[in-house]
Every structure is written in C-alpha cells, then in structure tokens.
Design a protein around this ligand. Sequence first.
Ligand SMILES: *[C@@H]1O[C@H](CO)[C@@H](O)[C@H](O)[C@H]1NC(C)=O
Ligand SMILES: *[C@@H]1O[C@H](CO)[C@@H](O)[C@H](O)[C@H]1NC(C)=O
Ligand SMILES: *[C@@H]1O[C@H](CO)[C@@H](O)[C@H](O)[C@H]1NC(C)=O
Ligand SMILES: *[C@@H]1O[C@H](CO)[C@@H](O)[C@H](O)[C@H]1NC(C)=O
Ligand SMILES: *[C@@H]1O[C@H](CO)[C@@H](O)[C@H](O)[C@H]1NC(C)=O
Ligand SMILES: *[C@@H]1O[C@H](CO)[C@@H](O)[C@H](O)[C@H]1NC(C)=O
Ligand SMILES: [Cu+2]
Length: 557
Amino acid sequence: MSLAIVLGAASAATVQYNFNITWVTANPDGLHPRPVIGINGQWPPPVLNVTRGDRIIANVYNGLGNQTTSLHWHGIFQNGTTHMDGAPAVTKCGIAPGGSFTYNFTVDQAGTYWYHSHTRGQYPDGMRQALIVTDPLNPYLGQYDEEKVVSLSDWYPDQMPGLLKRFISVTNPTGAEPVPNSALMNDTQNLTVSVYPGKTYLIRLVNVGAFASQRFWIEGHTMQIVEVDGVWTNPLEANMLYISAAQRYSVLVTMKNESTRNYPMMASMDTDLFDNVPTSLNYNVTGWLGYNDDAERAPAASIRTFDTADDMDLFPTDGLSLYPEPNHVITLDLSMDNLGNGANYAFFNKIIYISPKVPSLYTALSSGPAATDPTIYGRSTNAFIIEKGEIVDIVLNNDDTGKHPFHLHGHGFQVITRSADNAGHYNASDKHEFPPFVADNPGIWLFHCHLEWHMASGLAATMIEAPLPLQRSLVIPQNHYQACNEAGTPTGGNAAGNIENIYDLSGANISPTPLPEGFTARGIIAIVFSCLAAILGLVTIVWYGLAPISGQGSGSD
Ligand SMILES: *[C@@H]1O[C@H](CO)[C@@H](O)[C@H](O)[C@H]1NC(C)=O
Ligand SMILES: *[C@@H]1O[C@H](CO)[C@@H](O)[C@H](O)[C@H]1NC(C)=O
Ligand SMILES: *[C@@H]1O[C@H](CO)[C@@H](O)[C@H](O)[C@H]1NC(C)=O
Ligand SMILES: *[C@@H]1O[C@H](CO)[C@@H](O)[C@H](O)[C@H]1NC(C)=O
Ligand SMILES: *[C@@H]1O[C@H](CO)[C@@H](O)[C@H](O)[C@H]1NC(C)=O
Ligand SMILES: *[C@@H]1O[C@H](CO)[C@@H](O)[C@H](O)[C@H]1NC(C)=O
Ligand SMILES: [Cu+2]
C-alpha cells in the first residue's frame, strides 16, 4: 500500500487545458439542429482524464459573444481552493464575453465526476461532460479489462434563456417544468459500444441532464455497482439503476462468452417528474453492446415495471464510520409557491435564492469580523455560518410533491436513512434521518437542487464555512479580480456591495414581493387561464377571419 502511495505521488502531474468556449451547431437527437455550447469548436465537449493527485490548470476563454460563463468541477471538493469551485456569485465572478479565467487546483479524490457551466441555465445548452479521475489505489484494479464512459441526458430543442423566461413567468403559475424532447446516451442515440466476449468492463455512467432522472439497464447482463458519486462501494448486484440529474455510478459488467448477437442498453427518463407527457415524446434511448458488427441491433424488449437498485443499500469500501453526533443542525423546508409577480418559485424556509451583487466569498474576505454574521451575505443567499470542525446535519423536509436531487459543493455527505414517501417532517426524537458532513474545508459552498429549473427558481442555500480562517489562508489570484472588472461586478463589501457600513444592505438584489394578502396561487391560476382562454379565443377568431375563403381544405382534419 505504501508503495502505491509513493507511486501515486510520484506520478502526480500538471494537466493543462486551453478551452475556447463558443457556440457550435449540433443535432444529437436527430430532430433539430440547434446552437449548443462547445469547447474549441467541438461538441460534445471532451471527456477529461486525470489521475488522483494531479493539478488541473484550465485556461478558459469565453468566446460565446453573448453570454457570461463559468466552469464548475462537480464533486471535486476544492480543499483549500474554494475560489476555484466555479460558482458565479458564490466564489467568483462570471467570465464576461471576451474574458478569460484560469482554474488551478489539485484533485485529491478519485472516481467519476463531471464539469459543467454553473452560470444560470447554461449547462443544458451543452456545456457539460464527464471528468474521470483514475485511482492508483483502485480496489477493483485487476477485476476488469477496460473502462467505458457513457453519459445520459435529457435534451431540449430550444435554448435555455427563452425556456427559463417562460418557465418563471405569470403564464406558468403552476411552475410546470419544460419537458425535454428526447433522451440521449453519450450525447447521441443508437450508440454502439464495441465489446469483446468474456471481457469485463467498468462502465462509468454520468447523468449530465438538466431535469430527468434516468433508469438504465442492459438486456441479458447484470451489473455490479462499485462506485457512486466518487465513492468506491462494496459490489452491489443490480439489474437496473436509477440515476438522478448530476448523479454518477460505476458498474462492472462481464460480457457473454459468445458473440452471436448484440444487446440493447437502455435509458428511460422518469416521466413522473414531467407535468405532462406529450404522446409524441420518446422518453427512451437505445444503445447496444456491440459484440458483432454483422448481427442486427434489435430493438429493446418492453419492460413492464422498473426494478431499480436503491443507493441506500450501498456501503463504502473504505469502511468510513458514522460521524459523531452533530454540533450543528440546519433544517431546510422545501416548498414551491407563487410570488406577487404571479410566477412560481422554489423555496428553502420561505426564501428563494437570488444572486448577491458581490460573490459571497468576496464578502467573507472583505468584511473582517463581520464575516460570521449571516445577514451581510444578504437574506436571499440563504446563508448559514458553519464553524471549522463542526459536524453538520442537514435536515431536508420536502413539502413539495416532486423528487429533488441535492448537491452540496465542497463536501461529501453520509446519507444515513431516508424517509418513506409522504412521511412528513423529520422528527428530532427519531434517530438520524439526514446527511451529516464534517466542516473540514473552509470555503463558500452552495447546497442546491440539481434540477436546473429549480436552481433557477431559487432552490439553493449558501454554506459559509469557517470564514475567519478563510480570511487568513486564502489568496485570490489577480485574474479572478480581473474577471470581475470585465463583468462589472464589485469584489468587496456586503451582498449589496456596501463597504462603508457592512450592515447596510440597501440596494441588495431582492426577491419579488410575496402574493398580496388574501390572494392565492389558485386565484392566479384561475385568472391566468381565463385570460389565456380569452386571448386564444381572440387569436382563433382573428385567424379564421384572416383565412382565405376557399371551397375546401382548411379545417378538414
Ligand atoms: C435512432 O434510431 C431511431 C430508430 O431507427 C430513429 O428514429 C432515430 O432518429 C435515431 N436517432 C438518431 C440520433 O439518429
Ligand atoms: C497554480 O497554483 C500553484 C499553487 O498555488 C502555483 O504555484 C502555480 O503558479 C499556479 N499556476 C498557474 C498557472 O496559475
Ligand atoms: C462517449 O463520448 C465521449 C465524448 O464524446 C467519448 O470520449 C467516449 O469514448 C464515448 N463513450 C463510448 C462508450 O463510446
Ligand atoms: C465464460 O467462459 C469462462 C471461461 O471458460 C467461464 O469461467 C465463464 O463462466 C463463462 N461465462 C459465462 C457467462 O458463461
Ligand atoms: C420506453 O421503455 C419502457 C420500458 O421498456 C416501455 O414500457 C415504454 O413503452 C417505452 N416508451 C416508449 C415511448 O417507447
Ligand atoms: C415525534 O416522535 C415522538 C416519538 O415517536 C412522538 O411522541 C411525537 O409525537 C412526534 N412528534 C411529532 C411532531 O410528530
Ligand atoms: Cu428540485
């Protein structure tokens, strides 16, 4: 073991990337060519491969022209480098069009990760791809022949800015999320993954989608789950996986000994999340394990019930024991509701996240002793101060009817138990039903729903971890401040950018006002729909009125 550690350390390298982020055209589902965000003229963006211990230096140039951008390294803890986490308004400024930014950090973890834009609504427009960190101490080394990386995703025909405008709008008072047009497997459909009989593969699966959870299975083959979200697990046999947006699994799959046929490999989006399922929607995507180029690639057999493995049954191979009793409990009640503008939003404790004028990290660094007062970060960042070394429990009470996959930057958590559906709020006299983590990583870390729609409608909170030690240890490189200047973002003061009086939050970005007293969401819905009906009625009349008069044809079907 010590030899492996020495070898691991000896092989630590600096891996440099030069990324020019630009619009390119792609048509991964074969339905509509559309502008997507690519890297160096390429889409899909490249899968990145590094080894544990490596330093990544990514020089990013924003060549989009019309949007700011950013890169977040999803699942990488950024221990000691919170400023490289890539979340605009949290730990840095967005990279303005024509601007550049250098990410520089070491990766002291291994497993299946991904990188994506963390700018509002941007990753579903294409800026997302797998990041694989090879482990010199891989417990499964020698038990497989080769690795394969396969991403899963939902796909929209339209660009996010327009979709977001319609989603968070008085015309969508129920907050119905846009339903994707297609499912993708490795950013295409009808993918063939060439395999050799008798071999065992480690397949790394990443759901890089905006919204849909995916079920994944391979006909005629069972899988052994060996990794979830960067944590090696004891093998768990599974016929089918359930992979939420942003989640990752690695599975070992042993091939058959004969190569007479090819086997469908399926992903199916969980339509429970969709408010309506258009009849034209193919929510499945098929690929194949390709044993034989001359054999047919038959369609998948239809499955009646989805029997997915439960990630609560997974155990880490490192045997990490349960953290001790918490010293800090953060309770977050999740709800969906309308605000005074009639649009539907997502709340933690009745607060929707709104980006502050100053990135929260720069507020922490520039506010001296006041950095431990959550109010200076602005009410709408939903800030929680965490002290160094605390064991923190997050109690998440889901008062919404939907499922939400949560992501915490900077930490992994121990998920101890999960309540049954509709079990109500956590009851403190029941034991542990919430994920603890150890505050061993000073930084500013977002905790948010990874459904991009809900992130945009406010479902996020900010963990301000050990701000005073951070003030002593962190040095922000000059090019980070330059990015702020290019984006016109202030780099000091409270959430409102006030420096003189750090407690004066006048001018801060604030949430829309609540619904007027006595006004209910139901009322808004009724008004909106009667208005819509009236408008539709008028449009129909006008349309008929404008139609040329002809003997036959129009309206016959
Ligand atoms: C995949 O195959 C199906 C069935 O032949 C076809 O309808 C679909 O357009 C194909 N997708 C792509 C991206 O080529
Ligand atoms: C990356 O960070 C390391 C450690 O702080 C520093 O020594 C190095 O000069 C940095 N490299 C670049 C290109 O910024
Ligand atoms: C999936 O796509 C990525 C990027 O395009 C590629 O590197 C990888 O090899 C593909 N995986 C398979 C199994 O074809
Ligand atoms: C394939 O052949 C190997 C070696 O003969 C054997 O150990 C294994 O059980 C066979 N696998 C299957 C699925 O039959
Ligand atoms: C998708 O796959 C499932 C599982 O096989 C099947 O029940 C369903 O009918 C398929 N849906 C479509 C639209 O093909
Ligand atoms: C919490 O659980 C205890 C013990 O089971 C029970 O007595 C109590 O009524 C519960 N409280 C709530 C608010 O449900
Ligand atoms: Cu959500």
